[in-house]
Design a protein around this ligand. Structure first.
Ligand SMILES: [Zn+2]
Length: 264
């Protein structure tokens, strides 16, 4: 009942839905439950959100295996995204972007249904941009961190941001009486983030070595300086090679380390 079944195909991507979603939906329609229309709008908005991720991934030349809708949400399976950090950020941004565009269009229409569609899409768009891994906001930040540092420190640093925000969520949950919900979300985020960190440590054969502030400052410098930061400067034509020196420090054109290395 939980194994997703193929329900259609959009732009060469299989759309799969867990049977439990359809059964629950049919039951709601038969009982004429009040929340039927909001749930249908939510499911379609989720599907469009995932289609947003898929279209961007396809535009970047990546293969999208399938889109799966379950009672816990939607997911687009995209191959080869893990080693393309900036593309991960672009793909992650496109899901919430679709929801925000829909919300924007509905805001211009004067009807109760359009208002409902706007509220649901606004919630989905802004909620997913919350900078917590594995939400899209966390994935966007992970992409930026990973481009400037490495996949291990990127996920480790995003995990630290997620932990702080989950702590804030728990405090709000305690204060405003939604502690169980806040606890479930926090545990889910921590488990997924730790699993991802473990996989990246195994894949890259290294442990995290940067603090959160070091990762942020490296990312800031990377995007401020662009390629200059990572491209070595052109060789100085007047610079003497270590083996050409006369032996005196004043005449030597290299670094101090090279001078003493040459003296050995
Ligand atoms: Zn998403």
């Amino acid at each position: 009942m939980l194994t997703p079944r193929r329900c259609g195909r959009i732009n060469s991507v299989d759309i799969k839905v867990a049977p439990i979603v359809i059964i629950l939906l049919l039951a709601m329609v038969l009982m004429a439950a009040k929340s039927t229309i909001p749930i249908i709008i939510l499911l379609f908005s989720l599907l469009l959100h995932e289609i947003g991720h898929s279209l961007m991934a396809q535009a970047l030349g990546l293969r999208v295996k399938e889109i799966v809708i379950t009672p816990l949400g939607g997911m687009a399976s995209i191959e080869g995204l893990s080693n393309r950090p900036i593309d991960e950020a672009k793909v992650a941004a496109c899901g919430p972007l679709i929801n925000l565009v829909i919300a924007g269009i509905c805001a211009l229409i004067d009807s109760d249904l359009a208002y409902l569609v706007m509220l649901i899409n606004l919630g989905l768009g802004l909620g997913n941009l919350f900078p917590v891994f594995p939400l899209d906001g966390g994935r966007i930040i992970r992409g930026f961190f990973s481009a400037a540092t490495n996949p291990v420190d990127a996920i480790n640093s995003v995990g630290k941001i997620s932990n702080y925000l989950c702590l804030v969520l728990l405090l709000f949950g305690y204060r405003f009486d939604f502690l169980i919900f806040a606890l479930a979300i926090s545990v889910y985020c921590v488990v997924v983030q730790k699993k991802e960190l473990f996989m990246q440590v195994l894949a890259n054969g290294r442990s995290p070595s940067l603090s959160l502030s070091q990762t942020i400052s490296k990312t800031f410098r990377y995007f401020r300086d662009g390629d200059r930061y990572h491209t070595p400067p052109p060789p100085d034509p007047h610079r003497k090679e270590p083996n050409e020196t006369s032996g005196s420090l004043e005449d030597f054109g290299g670094t101090l380390e090279e001078y003493f290395e040459n003296k050995k």
